[in-house]
Write a protein that binds this ligand. Structure first.
Ligand SMILES: O=C[C@H](O)COP(=O)(O)O
Length: 249
């Protein structure tokens, strides 16, 4: 039985003044032990958040594929570990869009994170035009083919399906569309790494998840949690999503 994971992604939001939100979210997570929760924060908040988060895992949103080197402005896995991170997102669609990252980049970054003991949330998802053209399934399958790490295993890898057009827009796919894509991802994982490992990997949905729609989305087959952006920035908005996950677990 896969546990539900509710992970927040603060993106480029948050100063130390927001650390009380981290503390409040950590308390709520501890009060809902049937569900896993985590927060992926800006690099600058990882260390201070890890000091106040108790058992709530604190993660990053990206990393460089190399451990060190002449890469101005970049952060490596060993640096994240030293700051207290225990997980990281890779391949988020905003990195793919804004920084032109590819699925191969995500593959390399996932490998770097795993080398240093970080858990990984590997993102995939189609653009609106790709869905309109009937190419959503093929695009997502291709992203998984190119980015799934060599030794993918549920002990450290989670997949997040995030249709780009649903991120921060208030638009969500229908329940059937979400369940269908998650089933396609599960089938792809089974083909690539076998049923046992594939069936243990959590597949999260991301894109305009809120306290109002979380329970319905999280109850769908093969939806093992949520990757939440805007609604993860405050305990007031994020805790109801954790509680919704607990209610369907
Ligand atoms: O990583 C999180 C996703 O991009 C979802 O963002 P959102 O919940 O603001 O739509």
């Amino acid at each position: 039985m896969r546990r539900k994971l509710v992970a927040g992604n603060w993106k480029m939001h948050g100063l130390r003044a927001q650390l009380p939100e981290v503390e409040a979210i950590a308390s709520a997570a501890a009060a809902n032990p049937s569900v896993d929760a985590a927060l992926c924060l800006p690099f600058t908040l990882i260390h201070p958040a890890a000091q106040v988060a108790g058992s709530l895992p604190i993660g990053a949103q990206d990393l460089h594929e190399a451990d060190k080197g002449a890469h101005t402005g970049c952060i490596s896995a060993p640096m994240l570990v030293e700051e207290g991170a225990t997980l990281t997102i890779v391949g988020h669609s905003e990195r793919r869009g804004d920084q032109h990252e590819t699925s191969h980049d995500a593959y390399m970054k996932a490998a770097a994170a795993h080398r240093h003991g970080l858990k990984v949330i590997l993102c995939c998802g189609e653009l609106e035009a790709e869905r309109a053209a009937g190419r959503a399934e093929r695009i997502v399958q291709s992203q998984i083919e190119k980015s799934l790490p060599d030794d993918a295993d549920p002990s450290w890898l989670t997949i997040a399906y995030e249709p780009r057009w649903a991120i921060g827009t208030g638009k969500t796919p229908t329940a059937d569309e979400i369940a269908s894509m998650h089933a396609i991802i599960r089938a792809k994982l089974r083909m690539m790494i076998g049923d046992d490992k594939a069936d243990g990997i959590q597949i999260l949905y991301g894109g305009s998840v809120t306290g109002a729609n979380a329970a319905q989305i999280l109850a769908l087959d093969n939806v093992d949690g949520a990757l939440v952006g805007g609604a993860s920035l405050t305990a007031e908005k994020f805790v109801p999503i954790i509680e919704a996950a607990a209610s369907v677990s």
